[in-house]
Design a protein around this ligand. Structure first.
Ligand code: FES
Length: 81
């Protein structure tokens, strides 16, 4: 398993991380500004991990429980495990 992008918006986590750092975007702003995470939502925990740690590729599933959404109200968990 190789997970390195938001499938809905065809954006790699590496490109999202680069743009988020340049624009100093938090995760909620990434969704608003870049769209990533605003589709099916499956990439949200990966985006949170990516922004928190700088990792841009993953070989295992990351759930919302493993990488919880801090600071914003609970969003739809549509598509999560
Ligand atoms: S994979 Fe990112 S919103 Fe669907």
């Amino acid at each position: 398993m190789h997970i390195d992008r938001c499938i809905c918006f065809d954006r790699t986590f590496a490109s999202v991380l680069q743009e988020a750092r340049q624009k100093r975007l938090a995760i909620a702003q990434v969704e608003l500004s870049l769209g990533c995470g605003g589709g099916c939502g499956l990439c949200r925990p990966y985006l949170r991990r990516c922004l928190r740690t700088g990792e841009t590729a993953f070989t295992h599933m990351i759930t919302d429980q493993e990488e919880p959404d801090e600071g914003s109200s609970e969003k739809s968990s549509k598509g999560s495990t």
